[in-house]
Design a protein around this ligand. Structure first.
Ligand SMILES: C[S@@+](CC[C@H](N)C(=O)[O-])C[C@H]1O[C@@H](n2cnc3c(N)ncnc32)[C@H](O)[C@@H]1O
Length: 400
């Protein structure tokens, strides 16, 4: 990595009021994993295409007398290749080690974190927990992306460890591209709205599956006069998210425990803007249509719903689909592939929108100088430290 200017360091993350504290060895571990992920994505992944084009694809065509037709056929032959196995095992291991490091780090300060969270949340009516909300089937089958305890497990009263561990470890997987507050996606949506739709000033915003509020907070900051309602089913995440937002001085978010499938507590046409970030790939085929119908019901006429999500597979080569589908098989993301196979316009149609009006865009977040240094912003020489573009789909409701 001769011309690397700044490798991202976990130390550059903003230490908000409920962030777990890392000691020297923990930072070193998180950084090694982050840099290994960078190495895999920038140096090892290009080799996979070569392996496919030079060896695996020709062998498949020779054996079958035809091109591979699906990503599943590509997966079966690629996963027999040693280079591919090595990449896959390393990728899986960085994920498992991210969680192990994060868990160990937050467990040794679990009590301190719970106390900080409780202090910040004390007496606030902007945290609305509801013990009657059950963990839905779409996330109670496996620990999603190998995260022990998934999003919702509580090991003791007032536990926030799964949320704190998620906050600490996301940097490893995204290699700093989400910025010092892991909020690059929400920032990118806010930037896009301000640039492309400067007259759109939502008064009421709903964020679905907010987790620890990474992407609800920048929207609340971009629209300080708006009331933001951020919902999730996971108690520890909501507790932590509320305290985190408070510690960042953000007061216009109400964190509510609710299932996105129905949300009966909210009136029809009561939100101007409904968002989500990386939510739909965790939705099952049963849950997704119900939640989209709810979005349609809750959105005001001329309101906007927009969602950050990995791009759909449709139109991509079977090799690219195979690469994108890795999470379905090796990262405990059972709905990832099935969701990315859907025709979203058709789903929106079924939910009561005019699906033909759906748009897909790339929204851009700034390179965070806190992480990549000043020189990175205009640097085109490396695969990272460049302005990340996040895929999003959306639709305006009944807009002429
Ligand atoms: C990948 S995370 C989303 C990340 C988050 N939006 C952010 O900005 O960082 C998915 C979240 O959706 C939540 N979730 C899953 N199914 C849900 C449902 N049916 N209703 C509400 N929240 C749900 C999970 O608890 C989890 O916190």
């Amino acid at each position: 990595m001769s011309n690397v200017k700044t490798l991202p360091s976990w130390r550059a993350l903003t230490q908000h009021g409920v962030m777990a504290q890392a000691n020297h060895d923990e930072v070193a571990r998180l950084n090694v994993l982050t840099h290994l992920n960078l190495h895999l994505s920038s140096r090892v992944i290009p080799g996979l295409r070569q392996v496919y084009e030079k060896h695996v694809h020709p062998a498949f065509v020779k054996d079958h007398g035809r091109e591979p037709e699906t990503r599943h056929e590509v997966r079966k032959v690629m996963m027999e290749d040693g280079y591919c196995q090595l990449w896959s095992a390393l990728r899986r291991n960085t994920m498992e080690m991210r969680h192990q490091t994060g868990r160990a780090m937050v467990l040794r300060q679990a009590g301190v974190l719970s106390n900080k969270v409780e202090q910040l949340n004390k007496g606030c009516d902007t945290l609305q927990l509801d013990p009657k909300i059950e963990v839905p089937a779409n996330i109670n089958q496996v620990d999603i992306h190998c995260q022990p305890g998934c999003y919702y497990q509580e090991y003791f009263d007032q536990d926030v460890t799964v949320a704190a561990s998620y906050d600490v470890g996301l940097f490893v997987t995204t290699a700093g591209l989400l910025g010092a507050l892991s909020d690059g996606g929400g920032q990118a949506i806010a930037n896009w709205l301000k640039t492309e739709h400067p007259n759109f000033k939502p008064k009421r915003i709903l964020d679905l599956g907010c987790t620890v509020g990474h992407n609800a907070v920048p929207l609340a900051q971009a629209f300080p006069d708006a009331e933001v309602i951020a919902i999730d089913v996971a108690t520890p995440c909501l507790r932590y998210a509320h305290a985190r937002a408070k510690s960042l001085g953000v007061d216009n978010i109400r964190f509510v425990q609710a299932n996105a499938e129905s949300l009966p507590q909210y009136a029809d046409e009561s939100f101007d803007l409904i968002t989500s970030a990386m939510f739909w790939h965790e939705a099952s085929h049963q849950m997704l249509p119900k939640a989209l119908k709810t979005v349609q019901r809750l959105l005001k006429p001329e309101g906007l719903t927009i969602h950050l999500e990995q791009p759909q597979y449709h139109g991509k080569s079977v090799f690219e689909q195979f690469m994108r589908d890795w999470d379905t098989y090796y990262n405990n993301e059972p709905y990832w592939g099935p969701m990315h196979d859907l025709d979203l316009a058709e789903q929106l149609d079924k939910a009561g929108f005019d699906g033909s009006a759906m748009f897909e865009i790339g929204v851009v977040a700034k390179v965070d100088e806190k992480i990549f240094g000043k020189s990175a912003a205009g640097d085109s020489g490396e695969d990272y430290g460049r302005a990340p573009v996040w895929n999003a789909f959306g639709i305006w409701k009944n807009k002429q």
